[in-house]
Design a binder for this molecule. Structure first.
Ligand code: SF4
Ligand code: SF4
Length: 285
């Protein structure tokens, strides 16, 4: 098995699922109700086993009030579409990130910088990473505070649709923290979320993620570091905060299958699906 979203990680090997965790994954999925269907991701069709109840988990992606370095690393080798998007929007990209200014100050001319954007796995040569260029080369920190994504901000600025936003970012950046585990032998994807019940096999640690763990977000230790935001009332089901993202990544059909199950089983009600602004459309004010 592999952690599907980490297969393209530039560091390599982060997608490995240990035998022990593989056993836990099989045991967990054999004991819960799931939706079984087909799902196309990254241009390939898979069988999918969906832990639909997890999509009702409360979430609050209050990235504008979060001090976690969520974009500490580029989590995937950038694809051609993203590289072209950066080249087409060089000015705004540089205004936000200063990455191109830094590369120039390091003695690289315009052509060399363009070659880096086109060819380097994570847009800048590894010798600069963690030293001259910290965080993902697309991350920026407005008001010297929270870490945001320049690609996402440029898309919003250009009034692009959720589909276009998703296409211009690495898939993992749009769909995280959804856990997707690939069983290569059966060509099956298992979908769930980090949670009390799954934390012994998910790649992320549920207990330290305020956006998916309301108890942690309400804890004194977290509130002291993040005095603003992450309000209890702003926590909404994952299928609601990530509605447009899920429709565009998993497809409307699968989104509706999950939604209908949650309604049929009275895990959620229609009123729960009302939200002021979904995560993907939020802008810093
Ligand atoms: S940890 Fe969650 S809330 Fe914080 S920046 Fe990352 S996605 Fe946003
Ligand atoms: S969300 Fe944007 S800034 Fe963050 S890791 Fe992904 S591409 Fe980089």
């Amino acid at each position: 098995m592999k952690y599907f979203l980490f297969i393209d990680h530039p560091k390599g090997g982060l997608d490995t699922v240990s035998e022990e965790k593989e056993e836990r994954i099989r045991s967990y999925f054999s004991g819960i109700d799931t939706i079984e269907t087909n799902l196309t991701l990254k241009g390939k069709e898979y069988k999918a086993v969906i832990d639909y109840a997890m999509f009702a988990n409360l979430t609050n992606f209050d990235c504008f009030n979060c001090v976690e370095h969520c974009c500490g690393d580029a989590p995937a080798i950038f694809d051609k579409k993203i590289r072209n998007f950066i080249l087409e929007n060089k000015e705004s990209y540089n205004e936000l990130t200063k990455t191109l200014d830094i590369l120039e100050q390091l003695g690289n001319d315009e052509d060399e910088i363009e070659d880096m954007i086109t060819e380097e796995d994570v847009l800048v040569p590894s010798k600069y990473l963690g030293t001259e260029v910290d965080l993902c080369a697309c991350a920026y920190t407005p008001k010297n505070g929270q870490t945001l994504c320049s690609l996402h901000s440029i898309c919003l600025d250009k009034k692009m649709s959720p589909r276009e936003i998703i296409e211009n970012k690495p898939l993992i950046c749009s769909i995280w923290p959804l856990e997707i585990i690939l069983d290569e032998k059966t060509n099956t994807l298992y979908l769930t979320l980090p949670d009390d019940f799954t934390n012994n096999f998910t790649i992320e640690n549920f207990y330290t993620k305020s956006c998916i763990n309301i108890d942690f977000a309400m804890s004194p230790i977290f509130r002291r570091e993040n005095p603003g935001g992450f309000l209890e009332d702003d926590f909404k089901p994952f299928i609601v905060t990530y509605g447009e993202t899920l429709k565009n990544v998993l497809g409307e059909n699968i989104y509706n299958m999950i939604k209908n199950k949650l309604l049929e089983e009275e895990i959620l009600e229609n009123d729960d699906f009302v939200i002021e602004t979904e995560q993907i459309n939020k802008v810093l004010t």
